[in-house]
Design a protein around this ligand. Structure first.
Ligand SMILES: [Zn+2]
Length: 324
């Protein structure tokens, strides 16, 4: 999963803090138990010492270590029996005196071998959701999509009602979100404002992010202003713009509302073209029609969108007005 460096850094910070808390809690717990049952501490110290003595005996040259080790074994057995008895009599579990690792797979390092551990992945998922929630307006979910708000009268020209059309868009979006993979196609949502384009793309963003993919969701205007800051604000590392190129799914809202300049067109081209070459999907929503895209954007941008994106037209009456 190509989470942005920012998200990974935040997730790692959280894991480090959680590990420090966890370690000091377990040290405090053990200290409390020893304070309440000092004999347990004596036994544990003696057990550790006898392990060291056994090792020393085994390493000593020219002497048979067997008698020493046999004696230590016997002493240990009786210490262990006493220890168990104290634990049992006081309703303590054996594990109460073990410093348990925060994660059994990576012990809080976040990685097992070269791959990211499930515990760090989960924190990345959570950080990703937080970032998305701050961008998305409300609680967009497929369950709260209201198909009945779209007119059921067929369009005289096409014979298809907005409701039928939206039913098919809705099914497509749900399936897309559920089955999202790196190989998913790019989508283009077109239609007048207030028909649910942003709503459905937000639903997709949430579901895809829940499934552990990195999702970047922003307006075309914000994307371009990030590219401007990166170029003119001295962000030479490209941290601001990397996420648009590297995330698993990029959602660009409101394409066509941004200022059209040479710079904005070149930034858009860079994003659309780079992701197309690397076969990383984009979902674009716009109030422009497909023809409107050709009129507003130069051929290299328009042809890539119109030629490779699955076009989902949205029709109906302004849902936001109806909801109010
Ligand atoms: Zn782990």
């Amino acid at each position: 999963m190509a989470y942005s460096e920012d998200i990974i850094r935040r997730a790692q910070d959280r894991l480090q803090h959680a590990k420090a808390d966890h370690d000091s809690e377990s040290a405090a717990r053990i200290a409390r138990i020893y304070a309440a049952y000092p004999r347990l501490r004596e036994i544990d110290v003696a057990l550790r010492r006898s392990v060291a003595q056994a090792v020393a005996a085994a390493l000593r040259h020219g002497e048979d270590p067997t008698p020493v080790i046999e004696r230590l074994k016997e002493e240990n057995l009786s210490l262990q029996r006493e220890r168990e008895w104290i634990l049992d009599a006081n309703g303590l579990d054996e594990s109460a005196l073990e410093p348990a690792p925060i994660c059994p797979h990576c012990n809080g390092s976040g990685y097992s071998g070269a791959s990211m551990c499930e515990c760090l992945q989960e924190l990345c998922r959570q950080e990703q959701k937080k970032e998305l929630s701050s961008l998305l307006a409300g609680k967009e979910t497929f369950e709260s999509f209201r198909l009945e708000l779209y007119p059921s009268e067929p369009d005289p020209q096409t014979g298809i009602s907005p409701r039928m059309l939206m039913q098919s868009n809705f099914q497509l979006c749900k399936k897309y979100a559920r089955e999202f993979s790196a190989a998913s196609p790019s989508l283009l949502f077109t239609g007048a404002p207030g028909l649910g384009k942003t709503f459905l793309s937000a639903c997709i963003a949430r579901t895809v992010a829940d499934n552990g993919f990195s999702v970047v969701y922003d307006t075309a205007g914000k994307l371009i202003s990030d590219f401007e800051s990166a170029k003119f604000g001295g962000d030479h590392s490209g941290d601001l713009t990397k996420k648009y190129l590297q995330c698993d799914l990029l959602i660009i809202d409101d394409l066509g509302t941004e200022m059209s300049t040479q710079f904005s067109l070149s930034a858009l081209y860079q994003v659309i073209n780079t992701r197309m070459m690397e076969e990383k999907p984009i979902i674009i929503s716009t109030n422009l029609s497909a023809d409107g895209i050709s009129q507003r954007y130069p051929g290299p941008i328009a042809s890539r969108i119109r030629g490779t994106y699955t076009i989902c037209p949205f029709r109906g009456t302004d849902i936001r007005a109806l909801r109010r």
